[in-house]
Design a protein around this ligand. Structure first.
Ligand SMILES: NC(=O)c1ccc[n+]([C@@H]2O[C@H](COP(=O)([O-])OP(=O)(O)OC[C@H]3O[C@@H](n4cnc5c(N)ncnc54)[C@H](O)[C@@H]3O)[C@@H](O)[C@H]2O)c1
Length: 268
């Protein structure tokens, strides 16, 4: 889809790790839609080289920043404003990582130091990004800040583990900061609650493939693919969505409003 929906807009995109990452699809589509972007990811992600290749392909800069470090975030925002030549119109937070999930700890036997680190990386980083932008008055009027989340924030999906609470916290930060940003200069803050998607972070969840198929059957439209999530992000970054703020927006093929689907019971 080629359009100029984001012509003249400037954005920062967190979380493009490889070609499966949702943030990679968003970055590609933003550039296609006329935006100028800066890519960023944790310094460790730069070791794999994929993000530099993506930056080259899209003709943009990639700046390492650990999203839990205020120092890194300040540097990122300053440099991005220099590179892009002024205030930022949109930001995507596409970051998630759970230490307890990675180390296969059961929800009933969590290590709390790891849980705190998980919250810091997956949720508090969103507050840190917004606080850094807010303090520097780095967002332009009617700008748009987005983060990606999952329905485990509202309902129990046992294998999602401590990421459920991370996402609940993330969504709450969007509502609370959304108020303050609207007061400062009409900046909007929202989360998109996305279907299960086959990426590095997604596949880290136990039983992901089986669950992916279940969710696909439960959703009348099927699971929403990463490309469609990117389209939704573009709409949210654009001027077409100016009065949407402090919302958690389901992008899930209808999954969130289903009770039972014959497709799952195989009785169609
Ligand atoms: N894949 C799914 O099924 C799914 C579903 C709903 C929501 N989401 C959310 O979408 C977002 C993107 O995930 P994805 O599925 O594209 O997977 P991904 O693994 O491609 O992206 C996760 C990103 O987080 C980055 N990251 C980790 N620690 C960081 C840190 N300290 N500082 C900066 N970046 C850091 C990683 O380098 C990576 O780029 C996450 O918030 C995830 O929870 C994913």
């Amino acid at each position: 889809m080629s359009n100029q929906l984001l012509q003249g807009k400037k954005g920062i995109i967190f979380g493009a790790l490889d070609d499966k990452s949702i943030a990679t699809k968003v970055a590609e589509k933003c550039v296609e839609a006329g935006a100028q972007i800066v890519l960023t990811n944790a310094p460790v992600a730069f070791r794999f080289g994929e993000i530099q290749k993506l930056a080259e392909r899209l003709g943009c800069e990639a700046i390492p920043a650990d999203a839990t470090s205020l120092e890194d975030l300040e540097n990122l925002v300053d440099k991005s404003m220099e590179i892009l030549g002024g205030q930022i119109d949109f930001v995507l937070h596409s970051i998630g990582m759970s230490l307890n999930v990675r180390k296969k700890r059961a929800y009933t036997n969590l290590k709390y130091e790891w849980m705190q680190k998980t919250f810091d990386i997956s949720a508090i980083s969103f507050h840190k990004v917004m606080q850094t932008l807010f303090a520097k008055n780095a967002m332009s009027e009617w700008g748009s800040v987005m983060a990606l989340t999952y329905i485990a924030a509202q309902r129990t999906f046992p294998d999602y583990n401590e990421m459920a609470e991370s996402k609940a916290l993330l969504e709450s930060f969007a509502r609370s900061f959304g108020y303050h940003f609207a007061q400062q200069n009409k900046v909007r803050v929202n989360t998109i609650s996305q279907s299960p998607t086959k990426t590095t972070a997604g596949s880290g969840v136990k039983g992901f493939d089986v669950f992916f198929d279940y969710a696909d059957k439960m959703s009348p439209l099927g699971n929403a693919p990463a490309e469609a999530c990117a389209d939704y992000c573009l709409f949210m970054f654009s001027d077409l969505s100016r009065y949407i703020t402090m919302q958690n927006l389901y992008h899930d093929g209808g999954f969130s409003n289903m009770g039972m689907s014959p497709a799952v019971l195989d009785i169609e």
